[in-house]
Design a protein around this ligand. Sequence first.
Ligand SMILES: Cc1ncc(COP(=O)(O)O)c(C=O)c1O
Length: 395
Amino acid sequence: MSLSENVRRRMQEGSFIRKMFEEGNLLRKKHGADNVFDLSLGNPIIEPPAEFKQALKHLSDNPLAGMHRYMENAGYEETRSAVAKQVSLENNVNCTAGDIVMTVGAGGALNIILKAILNPGDEVIVFAPFFMEYDNYIDNHGGKTVALMTTEDFLPDLSKLEKAIHKKTRAVIINSPNNPTGVVYPEKLVREMGEALARKEKQYNTHIYLISDEVYSNLMYDGLKYVPIFPAYHRSLIATSHSKDLALPGERIGYVAVHPEIENKAELINGLIFCNRILGFVNAPALMQNIVRHLQHVSVSISEYEEKRNFLYNNLTSMGYKLVKPQGAFYMFPRSPIENDVEFVHELQKLNVLTVPGRGFGTPGYFRISYCVNFKTIEGSLFGFRKVAEQFRLS
Ligand SMILES: Cc1ncc(COP(=O)(O)O)c(C=O)c1O
């Protein structure tokens, strides 16, 4: 056997998105790319903002001495200062460069946090449906995932959360705006979650970290504003990246921001920096650190995403699909008209529409649509959605 049992099992169980990607390639070969409507991937087609290209050109025309060398494992001081300034502004706290560790995307950020804080068997609570890599990342560092179902509106249920916490609970991961539902957590919920965690820490005399995955925090609609995490809970960390807000997922640039008043801060931050090194990331990409430090106030235009959200939501609901209207990110998570979400996704696939079954996010009975694609792709998919709706007599 060439693979460990764990890796083999995880590859088999968690391969829905990869499977759709491979099946999509087969369909594209067979029917031509224009006739396949791939709504399965969270890979934005939007190009990075003009400011990114200007900063890249400026750097290549005015190279900095030593800019391709190793640096401190935490990242360049100038970049961390720029990030700290933005985080301070958004969270109404006083973060400094010392509170920031630059990472290889949000994936790198989550991995260094979990590596730094988990003892074997420690539990990490997530709210289903959730980004499935959480389970892999938690497992990477010897932890155990505890998935709690959300309410009908895909919001965390705080009474369930309180019941699930015990001595072994080490962290809770939240993700708002959410992948796969597009739901945004209201400020009151975040505050009450912080209060619940503080109560539970006292009850068990433990430390529980709140990890806020904020990769979609700049992609919110309906005039909604970012809900800062630091004022809500003292032992909180932000894990994020510029994969979505600057449309740079291939460049792998992200960071961890630590609550500036967290207990034992120096030890925690040194641990995160150490883990950045020993997990083999070493440091976040140097070139990108030198670019994004000029772009902390910049984001892709959300109007295009909002338009696509409105168009797709209006069309799907008029066909009879049941879904919570997303308020952020670029996903929707409608209920599958039949119980078996895998079977439903296959019916759509027969009509060249690619989506992902809800069980790929720990929640069978639903399916995920990703609308970070061309308008033409969205329009083209409507025929398939309508046909399947008729087939299952939705309206
Ligand atoms: C919720 C969530 N967290 C983290 C990530 C990973 O982001 P990155 O590409 O910056 O590692 C993604 C990517 O799609 C995501 O959807």
